[in-house]
Design a protein around this ligand. Structure first.
Ligand code: NAD
Length: 474
């Protein structure tokens, strides 16, 4: 399944220039992909624009059938896709397989939703008028995706775009291009028309410049860091493109005195350590109420000490490598800063012996406001535990961030559950659960975590324009 060429205008192509791709567990080069640029991006955009009208004109049921065929192919090949994903990204094989199933769920879900892009008839203000609203595809979409979920972050964009009748040019992360190219192969086999979906790998700034500047592109859908999202927003402002931005997070995880402590620890482990802490919705700051603080620290440390670090292909491994050595250095910097300011390492605290990109899962206690680990997204297996006294204080601490993607809390009192759920400034709130991602719910952030929602029926709206028809009977 490892394709070493890009997919442009329905053909596998290269330009003779290459980017090497490595396995983060071993550092070994696993293959190469083309180092393409502006010219190839332009060609891909033109191909998507040319293929789009015929696709948009097809009955929704036909588009739906192709999406569902693509989902079925992904599931049939889940093991091979998972192996490819683990090889280029590092996560444990079971997690990689889970991501493939999750990625296929978007194709399945939006295949169904394609048939339900209903318009509207609005009672007119005068007897001689009729008012209707049509939903039409927004146009060619440019998607730019990150390395941490190399399959799901693509289908979460591709599926609603195709369902709505749009064409797409994708620039995947240069760190994890093989999963993206395998998805292109599956889309092609499923019957997505030639040229409608294109994958271009290469120079991010150059390709990004073309995608945001080209007038044929009507929408940019980006998942990645807030810094790059801001840059793309500035670039896209020149031609007023629609934007969906799924950006960074800094998720709070609050545990109140009345919580089920064991459930809270289990949820914390799931939320924090999945994908070695490299998820945008993973808990980044833990606030634990004073009455249960010490008990929570003890149970959390014991659970974290049981997590097994190693190469994603080894059976029983919970924590794979981080994506690169810069990521390892960031985790260490957050620990060093916190310890210098008075925090204590309860477990972990240093790189793991498995290789230069592995870090031991870590728990810090006595963490206080002002430490870097609370202000920045760590994107690694580090849980900083802060003590708080009152409910209002916990909400204020949770909201003390420029980000607002996901938040979690554990409590039993129903009044508290409503107050906290309503008070937290966040696009997603997990209540007594650490797992919130599903294709049926709207995923996205507030504040500097982004714009728009992906997944669910709201996710289809982001790829549709409203057209209001005013008909005079006179
Ligand atoms: P990143 O912003 O460095 O890269 C994301 C993508 O943007 C990559 O494809 C990269 O090549 C591309 N890119 C970089 N510079 C560019 C430029 N100048 N022009 C055009 N494209 C450019 O992010 P990353 O390190 O790959 O991913 C991690 C970040 O993504 C984290 O901040 C994480 O929170 C965020 N993320 C958010 C969500 C979400 O749904 N909100 C999901 C996953 C990841």
């Amino acid at each position: 399944m490892k394709r070493e060429q890009c997919f442009i205008a329905g053909e596998w192509v290269d330009n003779g220039a290459w980017i090497a791709v490595d396995n983060p567990a071993t550092g070994a080069i696993i293959g190469r992909v083309p180092a393409m640029g502006r010219e190839e991006a332009r060609r891909a955009i033109a191909a998507a624009a040319a293929a789009m009208p015929a696709w948009a004109a097809r009955p929704a049921g036909e588009r739906a059938a192709i999406l569902q065929r693509a989902a079925a192919l992904m599931l049939e090949r889940a093991d091979a896709l998972a192996a490819l994903l683990t090889q280029e990204q590092g996560k444990p094989l079971a997690e990689a397989r889970g991501e493939i199933v999750y990625a296929a769920s978007f194709l399945q879900w939006f295949g169904e939703e394609a048939k339900r892009a209903y318009g509207d008839v609005i009672p007119a203000p005068t007897a001689d008028k009729r008012i209707m609203v049509l939903k039409q595809p927004v146009g060619v979409v440019a998607a730019i995706t990150p390395w941490n979920f190399p399959a799901a972050m693509i289908t979460r964009k591709l599926a609603p775009a195709l369902a709505a009748g749009c064409g797409m040019v994708l620039k995947p992360s240069e760190l994890t291009p093989f999963t993206a190219l395998a998805i292109a192969e599956i889309a092609d086999e499923a019957g997505v028309p030639k040229g409608l979906f294109n994958v271009v790998t290469g120079d991010a700034a150059e390709i990004g410049g073309e995608l945001t500047g080209n007038p044929l592109v009507r929408k940019i859908s980006f998942t990645g860091s807030t810094a790059v999202g801001r840059l793309l927003m500035e670039q896209a402002s020149r031609s007023i493109k629609k934007l969906s931005l799924e950006l960074g997070g800094n998720a709070p995880f609050i545990v109140f005195d009345d919580a089920d402590l064991d459930a809270a620890v289990a949820g914390a482990i799931q939320s924090k350590y999945r994908n070695a802490g490299q998820t945008c919705v993973c808990a980044n700051r833990f606030y634990v109420q004073a009455g249960i603080y010490d008990a929570f620290v003890g149970k959390m440390a014991a659970a974290v000490a049981r997590l097994r670090v190693g190469e994603g292909t080894s059976p029983g491994v919970d924590i794979g490598p981080l994506i690169d050595e810069r990521a390892v250095a960031k985790v260490q910097r957050h620990i060093d800063d916190a310890v210098a300011k008075g925090a204590q390492v309860v477990t972990g605290g240093s790189p793991a012996p498995d290789g230069p990109r592995f870090f031991a899962p870590t728990v810090l206690r006595d963490v206080r406001p002002g430490m870097q680990v609370l202000e920045e997204e760590t994107f690694g297996p580090l849980a900083p535990l802060v003590k708080f006294d009152e409910e209002g204080e916990a909400i204020a601490l949770a909201n003390d961030s420029e980000f607002g993607l996901a938040a979690y809390f554990y409590a039993r009192d129903i009044g508290r559950i409503w107050r906290v759920a309503e008070g937290i400034e966040s696009g997603i709130v997990g209540i007594n659960t650490g797992i919130i991602s599903t294709e049926v719910a709207p995923f996205g952030g507030v504040k500097q975590s982004g714009l728009g929602r992906e997944g669910s029926r709201y996710g289809l709206d982001d790829y549709l324009e409203l057209k209001y028809l005013c008909l005079s009977l006179a």
